[in-house]
Design a protein around this ligand. Structure first.
Ligand code: C2O
Ligand code: CU
Ligand code: CU
Length: 478
């Protein structure tokens, strides 16, 4: 995966070109291109330092409107790149802003009204990496060089037809695919040496939730979870596997030092029950209709994503000590006095998705409520008992998860802190999975440096749910 510094005077073009993604015929990929020094980078990982000012001109050379949405970044409405500000065919716009987020892995993707699923499936996504001093200090302590022992893994599944074309059906449900791409590579493998590695996983699939684990000899290797969507946790947490819903990220450390050259490790998505609350009804999730996804592994079934091959090291492994304090992240706030806003995730007999009684197609771009800038609120998100997990995403603000109740057994069993929270709930987030039956509370501080009315989206990041209207617009006002 190519990499580039996100800076002043960067020029990005949305366009379609063919790439050799699979053996045989090439695959047309809609993508963000940077042409520089006679080279062309497709969907590069963009690196930026916390606090940097960026100024990007963006040309849309697709055959339909698109945007660049900077997923997870705290921006004003005009720069957020949501469906509110589509870039017309042939038009050029500028995104100009300062990056104020903590160090961490974020991502960018297209977000045009009702076409987000289509465009992301066709390739319109890439990673963003923010660094800050705290992160650089940790990196130095760990001694794991970026790009060598500290590696981003961008996970996606695509439905590939016999001619190697990406297929997608507008208005389908939960688009899953028959091929996994890691950093745009199919059937990927990575040579690793015995020693510690840091992997930063991002789920950029349209709808598939992963449950990643590194399997050696049939067993998951222990990992340390060190970060989530919005950067480093305060301390590392041991995990064997975790759930990564669409749009979520996880930063982990893993030790291969006991493995001999020649050993094979698999990055696998483990089986899980995707649908019901108790796990005993055995309602298996079937994409609708499965006929659109020939060869795809059903959601929640075991899926191998990548192979890691242990090779002999050319240098002796250096010691890696994992500090018990990773960052100065403070605990989630005490929210007992904060006002609570309620959201119910639901469907209707016609299979339309709603947040409360709102469906984006009925409410359109009008804000359905507003929040005073600087207010602090708890948002309580409740899922139906029999439903599916929804990865719920907030634009404009990062948040903290403060409680989880009525969680399914596999979530409850991961609890490591009060109020039903698992290790992934202890970090800074922009996307939270709400499981069937669950009530999840998040704390949001609506302080921001912008003025005037700024409109943001709050939606399910299962992109087919989003495109079908499981999304609301709200306003932040003076
Ligand atoms: Cu990843 Cu509305 O965004
Ligand atoms: Cu977003
Ligand atoms: Cu959903």
């Amino acid at each position: 995966m190519a990499e580039h510094v996100l800076s002043q005077n960067l020029h990005i073009t949305a366009r379609v070109r063919s790439f050799a993604l699979f053996p045989g015929q090439s695959t047309a990929l809609w993508h963000y291109a940077i042409d520089i020094d006679g080279r062309s980078l497709a969907n590069p990982l963009l690196r930026v330092a916390h606090g940097a000012a960026v100024d990007i001109s963006f040309d849309n050379r697709l055959a339909e409107p698109t945007t660049i949405h900077w997923h997870g970044w705290s921006l004003d409405e005009a720069n957020d790149g949501s469906g509110l500000h589509p870039v017309a065919v042939g038009e050029q716009v500028r995104y100009r802003f300062r990056v104020t987020n903590r160090a961490g892995l974020y991502w960018y993707h297209a977000h045009p009204h009702m076409r987000t699923g289509m465009q992301v499936q066709h390739g319109m996504a890439g990673l963003l990496l923010v660094d800050d001093e705290e992160e650089l200090a940790l990196r130095k302590k760990l001694g794991l060089a970026w790009g060598e022992r500290d590696i981003p893994l961008m996970l996606a599944d695509k439905q590939i037809d016999p001619d190697n074309a990406i297929s997608y059906k507008q208005d389908a449900d939960d688009w899953i695919g028959n091929r996994v791409l890691v950093n745009w590579t199919s059937e990927p493998y990575l040579d690793v040496v015995a020693g510690w590695y840091r992997f930063r996983l991002a789920n950029v699939a349209n709808a598939r939730m992963f449950r990643p684990a590194f399997i050696y000899d049939g067993q998951p290797l222990p990992m340390q979870l060190i970060g989530t969507d919005g950067g480093l946790l305060a301390q590392p947490w041991p995990v064997d596997d975790f759930f990564l819903g669409p749009a979520q990220r996880a930063d982990i450390l893993i030790d291969f030092s006991t493995l001999r050259p020649g050993s094979r490790v698999l990055l696998r998505s483990l089986e899980y029950v995707a649908m019901d609350h108790d796990g005993d009804d055995a309602v298996t999730f079937q994409p609708d209709p499965m006929a659109d996804h020939p060869g795809a592994v059903a959601m929640g079934n075991r899926l191998d994503m990548m192979e890691l091959r242990v090779v002999a090291a050319t240098q002796p492994a250096q010691q890696t000590d994992i500090p018990q304090q990773l960052s100065t992240l403070v605990p989630a706030p005490v929210v007992s006095s904060w006002p609570v806003r309620h959201f119910r995730l639901r469907t209707d007999p016609d299979g339309r998705w709603f947040i409360n009684d709102w469906n984006f197609h009925s409410n359109g771009h009008a804000a359905v409520f507003s929040v005073k800038r600087g207010a602090r609120e708890v948002w309580e998100i409740r899922n139906e008992m029999t439903s599916m997990p929804h990865p719920i995403h907030l634009h404009g603000f990062q948040f903290r998860v403060v409680s989880r109740s009525i969680s399914p057994p596999d979530i409850r069993s991961r609890m490591v802190a009060d109020a039903g929270l698992g290790p992934q709930d202890l970090g800074v987030a922009d996307t939270v999975v709400v499981w069937p039956g669950e009530i999840v509370r998040i704390a949001i501080d609506f302080a921001q440096a912008f003025t005037g009315t700024q409109r943001y989206m709050f939606h399910c990041h299962n992109l087919e749910h989003e495109d079908k209207g499981m999304m609301v617009m709200f306003a932040v006002t003076d």
